[in-house]
Design a protein around this ligand. Structure first.
Ligand code: GMT
Length: 373
């Protein structure tokens, strides 16, 4: 098959899922054309069967806002025509799905049939979707796609609740690639974060308010009153300064390492003992799955799609949003007893294995075949 893959090329989960899906499809011999404004972060070096088409918006002084969606639609038309694509798989409703619908119509005028598959990732529905200025376009793009998938049942239900959707949505969960985890943990790095072998608690995100990064610091502070632990913060975003400030106020800054953005979160995960994800909401929580795949138990909130990934008492624990004490106590329970920690680590990995790419990829392939036929 020849597949056009449209996504945000950034560190966000939707871009990661699209990129890893494209890489896996290319390995199976399919031709994958990424259409984005930058090389996707997780794409890595040259790979056979993978092509990249840059969407570049010229900076005309006339425009207050660059018309990205129009340039993207034109690029999709060009790539679909020149490479005889079989389908376009767009990740994230805005503006990718709506641009794809425009491209589909242009191609139809030329007698070319172009099926559009839209994958909803969460923030496009749960955050942007609540904004009435986006609602009509998101609903239209969802209803006009040839197939729509959501990364969790919770996101599927939210989509029906928030939009005038009159079509079926298939749930295809996110996945991880076990081969990426076959690397030796970096002991030098572990020592740098925890010089005396203290347990390492990790959080990775884009530090947006929805991630409740301040809860992460408070939970860590709660645990560190009883146990000698270290906190590793990976990522960057609007709440980073506030997080660093809170570390100072709570007197834990010496125990905290803030790494900033890293291309490969697996390295920090492989030296971690516990992962915190106390988000306000998560449609899936890809980073929780990545932590579990590295054998790291997860303490998360119990909202959105998180209960479809994390298993309370098995791969970690779940508490209500904002239950800092509950999450702190869970952390103490898991980290204070080496046997308990070892059991959680093993169970986190077994739970993650249910989301291996080789189990999820066939679902996308079956959908592609169905839609093309
Ligand atoms: O969580 C983010 O801020 C990034 C966002 C995105 O759009 O990439 O993540 C969303 O999609 C991920 C991949 O499907 C999910 O794992 C995340 O849970 C989801 N984020 C939210 O729902 C807040």
């Amino acid at each position: 098959m020849k597949i056009g893959m449209v996504c945000y090329p950034t560190f966000g989960g939707s871009g990661v899922v699209a990129t890893e899906l494209g890489k896996a499809l290319a390995k199976k011999g399919h031709e994958v054309h990424f259409i984005t404004y930058n090389t996707p972060v997780r794409l890595g070096n040259f790979k056979p069967n993978i092509f990249y088409h840059e969407v570049r918006v010229s900076d005309y002084p006339l425009f207050d806002y660059p018309p990205y969606e129009l340039v993207l639609a034109s690029k999709m038309v060009e790539v679909a025509r020149d490479h005889a694509l079989d389908l376009l798989h767009v990740h994230y409703a805005i503006p990718h799905a709506s641009a794809a619908i425009t491209a589909k119509k242009i191609l139809a005028e030329e007698g070319l049939k172009m099926p559009i598959i839209t994958t909803l990732h969460g923030t496009d529905i749960t955050l942007l979707g609540r904004d009435p200025s986006f609602e009509p376009v998101i609903s239209y793009a969802i209803n006009s796609s040839d197939a729509v998938t959501a990364v969790s049942n919770d996101l599927k239900n939210d989509t029906f609740k928030l939009f005038g959707v009159n079509r079926d949505i298939e749930v295809i969960p996110n996945f991880y690639c076990p081969s990426h985890y076959q690397i030796t943990p970096n002991e030098e790095f572990r020592k740098q974060v925890a010089p005396e072998g203290q347990p390492i608690i990790t959080h990775i995100s884009n530090f947006r308010p929805v991630k409740r990064i301040l809860d992460v610091i408070k939970i860590f502070s709660f645990i560190s009153k009883e146990l000698d632990v270290r906190l590793l913060l990976v990522g960057d975003g609007p709440e980073r300064n506030a997080a660093e400030q809170l570390c100072k106020e709570l007197g834990v800054e010496e125990k905290v390492t803030v790494l900033g953005k890293v291309k490969n979160p697996i390295e920090p995960l492989l030296v971690s003992d516990l992962f915190l994800l106390p988000s306000e909401t998560e449609s899936f929580g890809l980073v929780a799955l990545e932590a579990m795949a590295a054998g790291v138990p997860v303490i998360s909130s119990n909202t959105g799609g998180l209960p479809e990934v994390n298993r309370h008492g098995v791969s970690g624990t779940m508490r209500d949003v904002g239950d800092i004490e509950g999450m702190g106590k869970d952390g103490l329970k898991i980290l204070s007893n080496p046997e308990v920690l070892a059991t959680f680590k093993k169970s986190a990995l077994s739970r993650a294995e249910e989301f291996r790419i080789d189990l999820v990829l066939p679902k996308y392939l079956a959908l592609y075949k169905r839609i093309i036929e």
